[in-house]
Design a protein around this ligand. Structure first.
Ligand code: ATP
Ligand code: MG
Length: 468
């Protein structure tokens, strides 16, 4: 842009200077020649031809007397063998005579005598002229003029040349500039590439390796400083992520160890409670009741410990069994189990014709179905209809559990898959609910590469599990 502006400025300046110079030269020529040619026109009437010698072709001579043109002529290009300008030959038949329009005559008459030269337009054929008037010897005014056309042609030629040269120069400079900018921005593109790659990394959880660094970190260049700053930032972020990962790992290990360690004592307490209940001697009723409570609660505690251990193992990415699992059988068994546990609910099953097979851990997948059905049983009223549907959707297996119960509270829906999230705490504790069921469902399904979703409103709650 700047280059184009500079070129335009230089072009305008040089053409203006050249025009000025050429016009100046014409004016000078006019001043030198005085009214020589115009004066010679006077004598044509007396037999002598106008003095065209040593006159530039195109030179105009006009003799004015009392503001009226008495004689006018133009020096022909072919010197003596004069051909007047077409259609403008004088009425007296002389070849180089010129007639003027009234307007032109007026302009000629208005020229200041012995004043500076002026520009004058003499129509289409003659073109524009520089004209100057001098006082003649016998009270007349002699006007001589030189055509501007040669000067204009020269200026035009210069303009064309300049335009061509500038166009080539601007194009070349533009291309070179673009190439240079592209070249000098290469390091910045590397920085952008690394920033984009890091931005695409899953930083939310798990172990993240931020090994990438910008190679250009020369502090003397701007790009280098950006690179160095980015490297420092990557370093800090990498450290923070590594620390977070270590804390996560420790927590996970703690949960796994704790639940593992709790298994044995919980089992032992339960064993002792059962032993005490089988004591043959007379046992007071309160003691028996307490022992029964201990037995029931340790059973529940054992289940929670098992759930926690399973979650800790899934968190740690422990590989699951990879066997062919018949989801149809799992669905049949799960509904049979649910029917036994909740005979007052109406259980329905919708299965496709062929068995639906997936690859995974049969025991864990059974747990998924059982947890969903248990929820549909425990969080709804007796008489609720529960439908377990199994189908094949676009190469995936889809298992859904639908109930027409009261639904999940809206503020809970988005969090039901989180650990220890459960509705109605008072009632939940009484029914032995911990809020781990759906967390396990999601962890197991994810470990299988699948996804689980929930949709709930009063009267219709659907949990959908998709497995590849
Ligand atoms: N089918 C359902 N209808 C209504 N509410 C539901 C349903 N399924 C789940 N919920 C709500 O989601 C909460 C979380 O369910 P989740 O299975 O994780 O825990 P829980 O059933 O309370 O306890 P746990 O399954 O560990 O014994 C439940 O407490 C309940 O409020
Ligand atoms: Mg549950």
């Amino acid at each position: 842009m700047l280059l184009v502006a500079t070129c335009a400025a230089v072009g305008l300046a040089t053409t203006a200077a050249l025009r000025h110079f050429l016009v100046d030269r014409l004016d000078q020529q006019l001043a030198e020649s005085g009214g020589r040619y115009a004066a010679s026109l006077e004598h044509t009437g007396h037999g002598a031809g106008p003095d065209t010698r040593a006159q530039t072709p195109g030179t105009l001579g006009v003799r004015l007397l009392g503001g009226r043109v008495t004689a006018a002529g133009v020096v022909d290009g072919d010197a003596d063998d004069a051909d007047g300008p077409d259609g403008e030959a004088g009425p007296d038949g002389e070849d180089d005579r010129v007639v003027f329009t009234a307007e032109q005559q007026h302009a000629l008459a208005a020229l200041p005598v012995d004043g500076p030269a002026r520009g004058l337009d003499l129509g289409r054929v003659l073109g524009r002229y520089r004209v100057r008037a001098v006082a003649g010897r016998d009270g007349d005014v002699l006007v001589s003029g030189l055509p501007l056309r040669p000067a204009e042609d020269t200026v035009d030629r210069l303009e064309t040349l300049e335009l061509t040269v500038f166009a080539i120069a601007a194009t070349a400079a533009g291309a070179a500039g673009a190439a240079w900018v592209g070249f000098s921005l290469r390091p910045l593109r590397r920085v952008v590439g690394i920033a984009e790659r890091v931005g695409a990394l899953p930083l939310a959880s798990g172990e993240v390796l931020l090994a990438e660094r910008v190679p250009d970190d020369d502090p003397r260049t701007e790009v280098g400083r950006v690179g160095a700053a980015l490297n420092r930032m990557l370093g800090h972020v990498g450290d923070a992520l590594a620390r977070r990962h270590a804390v996560e790992e420790r927590l996970r290990a703690f949960a796994a160890d704790a639940s593992h360690e709790l298994r044995t004592p919980v089992a032992a307490v339960r064993g002792h409670a059962e032993l005490a209940l089988r004591h043959p001697g007379p046992v007071p009723a309160e003691v028996r009741h307490s022992l029964e409570r201990i037995d029931a609660e340790t059973l529940r505690m054992g289940a929670i410990v098992e759930d926690l251990l399973l979650l800790a193992r899934l968190d740690a990415g422990r590989p699951l069994a990879e066997e062919e699992v018949d989801l149809t059988r799992i669905a049949l068994d799960a509904v049979a189990g649910a029917r036994a546990a909740g005979p007052e609910h109406r259980w329905r099953l919708a299965l496709p014709e062929e068995p639906v097979l997936v690859c995974g851990d049969e025991h864990r997948l059974s747990q998924v179905a059982a947890n969903l059905l248990a929820n549909a049983r425990t969080h709804t009223l007796p008489g609720t209809e529960v439908l377990l549907r199994l189908e094949r959707v676009g190469g995936q297996a889809e298992l859904s559990v639908t109930d027409d119960g009261p639904g999940i509270a809206p503020e809970l829906v988005d969090r039901v898959f989180e650990r220890f999230v459960r509705g109605d705490r008072a009632r939940s504790r009484a029914t032995g609910s911990t809020g781990l069921g759906l967390a396990i469902v999601r962890a197991v399904v994810r470990a299988h590469g699948g996804a689980v979703a929930v949709e709930s409103r009063p009267g219709r709650t659907v949990f959908t599990v998709r497995l590849p």
